[in-house]
Design a protein around this ligand. Structure first.
Ligand code: FAD
Ligand code: PYC
Length: 404
């Protein structure tokens, strides 16, 4: 059918950049596109450009394992990620584009006493925030996911799990394309293959961006460039507490539907779901070194596959089709930065590290509000840069579910 698609309408325009905009968003991933969309929809600011150095969704948005959940420990994070999950629940209708959001449930396994205690504590904290979360015994784990290996003689036996039934997955490309189409329909200019190479700053205030397609003026600039956040911040003359690391993922050959939920294991360390195409989507921890190379070390992949076979011996004969890497922007407390900066009119939204896909609509919502009103949105306030000097960190390494 695709061979006859020549006459399909483009989903969004590709205009030449205008000389200036009210707001320029740097980075055409899900977060940048969501910011532009909500600027237009919620704040009536439509003289906006999204500037992307490659193609839309070619960064972490198109490289992640698409897990969506809101089961975070601390109140600040729980409120932010839950706001996002609620937006996910209506996003396809809102965008009139099927994001294939699937609330198939998400289990996080416990393999030792420490895990059990930590999971129990988190389940209780999450419930106190009014978010769905339950504890499963081993028997309940087996009933919920029958192909899971719960043999007590395993090296790291399953001892229980937390379950968020409203968690699940979404189709990453569809999220980028749906947001782009909806933003474009409200007048946002989407400009691909255009790299921001510098900022014009006068008297401490941003005036515009230098790009590979020339200078573009802007009253305000929002940077949402994930793994390149510290690179872009250095162009504006300040430093961010961000380290960029590769995070790898892979997919198996497609098979018939066999896994109808998402399973994460911190201790054995793999996370797995089955895509609508039938592939198993797999990932694990970051590569420890810093890099911008969008690829990582084979031994990490080997470790993921060992973990997969330990938890699901049924998958041991599957072939792997593709592996890839993205560059994740990690903060010391594994929480994001949504903030004004030392430069007036310049804002940064970054540091989502290994876990920002789930936050895509929520991040865009609060960042649009922050940029539009030049003050932090209530949910974004705790995530400002000031926390690295005040010491009010929001440590979510446990909830990240990804070793780093
Ligand atoms: P991106 O999609 O990376 O967008 C940033 C864009 O900025 C890029 O397109 C880039 O090209 C552009 N850019 C950079 N520099 C410039 C410049 N100078 N000029 C113009 N444009 C520029 N999160 C989850 O919640 N669940 C998961 O299951 C999950 N799994 C993951 C698995 C992997 C392998 C990886 C790599 C990440 C995973 N994440 C997950 C994290 C998640 O993907 C990211 O946090 C999220 O997608 C970040 O979105 P973004 O829009 O900020 O970044
Ligand atoms: O944040 O849920 C997450 C996640 C899963 C895999 C990578 N990140």
């Amino acid at each position: 059918a695709l061979s006859y698609h020549q006459d399909w309408q483009a989903a969004w325009r590709s205009p030449d950049p205008k000389p200036d905009y009210d707001v320029v968003i740097v980075g055409g991933g899900g977060h940048g596109l969501a910011t532009a969309y909500y600027l237009a929809k919620e704040h009536g600011i439509t003289n906006v450009a999204v500037i992307e150095k490659g193609w839309l969704g070619g960064g972490n948005t198109g490289r992640n394992t698409t897990i969506v959940r809101s089961n975070y420990l601390w109140d600040e994070s729980a409120h932010l990620y839950e706001h996002s999950l609620k937006l996910w629940e209506g996003l396809s209708q809102d965008l009139n584009f099927n994001t294939m959001f699937s609330q198939r449930g998400l289990m996080s396994l416990a393999h030792n006493l420490h895990d059990l205690r930590e999971i129990n504590r988190r389940v209780n904290a999450i419930r106190l925030n009014g978010i769905d979360s339950e504890f499963l015994t081993v028997e309940q784990c087996k009933a919920y996911c029958p192909i899971l290996n719960t043999d007590p003689r395993s090296r790291y036996p399953v001892m229980g799990a937390s379950l968020q039934r409203r968690g699940g997955t979404a189709r990453h490309d569809a999220v980028a394309w749906g947001l782009a189409r909806a933003a474009d329909a409200r007048g946002v200019d989407i400009i691909q293959n255009c790299e921001v190479t510098g900022f014009r700053i006068e008297n401490g205030r941003v005036k515009g961006v230098e790009t590979t397609r020339g200078y573009i003026g802007a009253k305000k600039v929002g940077c949402v460039v994930a793994g390149h956040a510290s690179v872009v911040a250095s162009m504006a003359g300040f430093r961010l507490p961000i380290e960029s690391h590769p995070l790898q993922a892979m997919v198996s050959e497609p098979i018939k539907p066999i896994l109808d939920t998402v399973v994460m294991s911190n201790a054995v360390h793999v996370y797995v779901s089955q895509s609508d195409k039938g592939e198993l989507v797999l990932g694990a921890g970051i590569d420890a070194f810093n890099s911008y190379a969008q690829r990582g070390s084979p031994f990490i992949l080997e470790h993921q596959l060992n973990a997969l076979c330990e938890l699901f011996p049924i998958f041991s004969r599957l072939k792997i089709m593709r592996t890839w890497g993205g560059i994740v922007d990690t903060c010391p407390d594994a929480s994001p930065i949504i903030s004004r900066t030392p430069v007036e009119g310049l804002y940064f939204n970054c540091g989502w590290g290994t876990g920002g896909f789930k936050a895509t609509p929520g991040s865009g919502w609060v960042f649009a509000d922050t940029v539009a009103n030049d003050r932090p949105h209530k949910l974004a306030e705790p995530f400002a840069l000031e926390r690295f000097t005040s010491g009010y960190l929001i440590d979510e390494h446990g909830a990240a579910g990804v070793a780093h």
